[in-house]
Design a protein around this ligand. Sequence first.
Ligand SMILES: [Zn+2]
Length: 224
Amino acid sequence: MEYYILNYTKSAIGESGESCKSNYTFENACEVCGTGAKLVGKLRTRGLAKVKKDFFSTLDDDFIISKKMYEELKDKLQLGNLKTVVDSKSNDLPFYHLNTDLHFPAGIKKDGLVIYEQCLACKRNGYFNKTIVGNSKMNIPTQVFPIGLYYPIIENKFLNSSDFFFTWESMGLSNRIAQGNNVIRYARPLLIISERFKTALVSYKIKGLDFEPIIIASDATHLV
Ligand SMILES: [Zn+2]
């Protein structure tokens, strides 16, 4: 089975998570920066009341699917125990939070990512897309390099347990404690989906989905 990093390239919609007072536990998170904080209960959101999309990302990099899509796919794919998202008054919304505890190991080679102000305690956050900034006056668009992640052998038992996963690497910076201009923020991982999930998403003809294949070693000779 092939696996892909799924990027949502359209504008993000609504807020979610820390900024909406969602609850997190730090059991497996970095003590210094909070990367790896795990959501407890439902994802609290703002600004989703009028959204009609089947798949999108919030401004806080949480992935959301519509209730309709969830109901259509839940028996065809292994999506785990997804929870609905709620508004600021804890009312259920017709959306599910694409969230899992299943993380891939750290990639052994990472193309298209740069590291900036990474937490030295966990070295898990601080990943950013590699870009060449364009020039709007000269009509040169900003170029974002494709992400290429290479993995060691991963057990089939793990891969077969779900149709989506998160990366170990987390995008952007984290702040466990608000200080000055730095608000509380836990860097989010990238989303990895199976070929099955990709096929299903493609059938919905959703705009702004970009699938970048990842490479998983099938035997030890591929490790170097
Ligand atoms: Zn850290």
